[in-house]
Design a protein around this ligand. Structure first.
Ligand code: AMP
Ligand code: MG
Length: 414
């Protein structure tokens, strides 16, 4: 008799998984290796930024008071008494109607409180003349105008993007406390599977899920432990999975979670005494997606169907791994879009349609069955069509999950 499974709503299933994911600790890495990691400490400003008042232009530092009354008919003359570039500090003290030639980034000299840009001056034998008055602090980049000492600039759990790296460098973090990366195992199950380099023979297909998941992990900045492929044999698969589950923080298997005669994952979870969180989700593709816990480790049983496998990873594995790394943002960025084509077939389950999204229109990316490989490659988004009795028409407003991004749109790829 075929086992009856009760489908769980997608949001509930995601919640169940995320609840079970626990953080795995932190480690220090050199700043150069920090890009793409998750901060495990807040970044605190160790100084003001900028750390001193400075010139934002190439020009002349003056006392604004001396420019009072300047006009086209009444040009005011300044004597230039020093010349400094960025990194240099003038030792001179400005007196009335004196100026210091100053380059962008140089510290404002004592007594100066305004900068006249080159193009606002006419040079004379010993200095310059100007034709307009300057206000106090005009053209001055003020100490602390960007960030102030002791301010928490970026929260723990944030993704380290290139700007974060710049901040870390600004504040002298040569080493950064980041979340440890989970050890993720991948095993592809299926007697029909060939290795990538194998020639096709009748009845067999090449394993595309394994390499795809490697890439999905890589997109998150994660590496993995490969357990290769196993044939559909209970004992053989059990041995590999038992070992893999012990060696990893999280194991992803593909295939074998359905109710077919050679789908052995359910029996393996039982043998492992794993707690199955769910084995049916009200979604298409990927309704057979199963998640279990064995010895506190997450076991993801993704469908072997490539599109289902892909979607299962993005919906369930990704947020769980991010949670294990203490990330603040666990979920794909989403938006609404206009549906580009009719999608008339009603379905009681929520559909995730691999799609191309151009900033306005979202259209199915071609052949969209759960066994499709092509639409995974062509799509950059998933259209979410809630289950129900009706279909959807071109022009409808639909929700769209944006793929190919880590922490929002940081690594957005079309
Ligand atoms: P299963 O989930 O094991 O019932 O497999 C569902 C479908 O996905 C079958 O047509 C399999 O041949 C196919 N499939 C399973 N594993 C893979 C894989 N690693 N790469 C590509 N297709 C697969
Ligand atoms: Mg199979």
């Amino acid at each position: 008799m075929v086992e009856k499974r009760t489908p769980l709503a997608v949001a509930e299933a995601v919640k169940k998984v995320v609840e079970q994911a626990v953080t795995i600790g932190a480690e220090k890495v050199n700043l150069e290796e920090s890009y793409g990691r998750i901060l495990a400490e807040p970044i605190v400003a160790s100084s003001d930024v900028p750390p001193f008042d400075r010139s934002p232009y190439d020009g002349f530092a003056i006392r604004s008071i001396d420019s009072e009354g300047a006009s086209g008919d009444n040009r005011i003359a300044f004597k230039v008494i020093d010349h400094i570039g960025a990194g240099e500090v003038s030792t001179k003290q400005l007196q009335a109607f004196e100026a210091i030639r100053i380059m962008t980034g140089a510290q404002l000299p004592k007594a100066a409180d305004a900068v006249v840009m080159f193009e606002q001056t006419i040079e004379t034998d010993d200095g310059i003349t100007i034709r307009k008055p300057f206000l106090p602090l005009e053209n001055v980049s003020l100490q602390g105008e960007d960030l102030q000492k002791d301010e928490v600039v970026i929260d723990s759990g944030s993704f380290i993007n290139p700007g974060t790296v710049a901040l870390l460098a600004t504040f002298g973090y040569s080493q950064v406390l980041v979340a440890k990366q989970p050890i993720v195992g991948i095993l592809s199950t299926g007697t029909e599977l060939l290795a990538v380099e194998d020639d096709l023979v009748p009845g067999k297909i090449r394993n595309s899920n394994g390499p795809m998941i490697v890439a999905q992990l890589k997109r998150m900045g994660l590496t993995c432990k490969m357990y290769g492929m196993s044939v559909d044999n209970l004992d053989e698969s059990y041995q590999v999975i038992k070992k893999a589950a012990e060696e990893t923080d999280c194991l992803i298997t593909t295939g074998g979670v359905s109710v077919g005669d050679f789908d052995f994952l359910p029996a393996i979870y039982e043998k492992l005494k794993a707690q199955v969180l769910f084995n049916k989700v009200a979604m298409r593709p990927g309704s057979v997606t199963t998640v279990a816990i064995a010895n506190g480790r997450l076991l993801f049983g993704l469908s072997g169907n490539p599109s289902a496998c892909f979607t299962g990873f993005e919906l369930f594995v990704r947020p769980a791994l991010l949670k294990m790394m203490g990330a603040q943002k666990l979920y794909m960025p989403h938006t609404t879009a206009t549906l580009g084509e009719d999608f008339t077939k009603a379905n009681p389950f929520t559909r995730f349609v691999r799609a191309t999204y151009d900033g306005q229109l979202a259209s199915p990316a071609g052949f969209n069955k759960s066994n499709a490989v092509s639409s995974i490659a062509r799509g950059n988004a998933l259209i979410v069509l809630p289950g129900g009795s009706r279909g959807y028409e071109a022009g409808d407003t639909v929700d769209v999950l944006l793929l190919g991004s880590e922490e929002g749109a940081a690594r957005w790829q079309l």
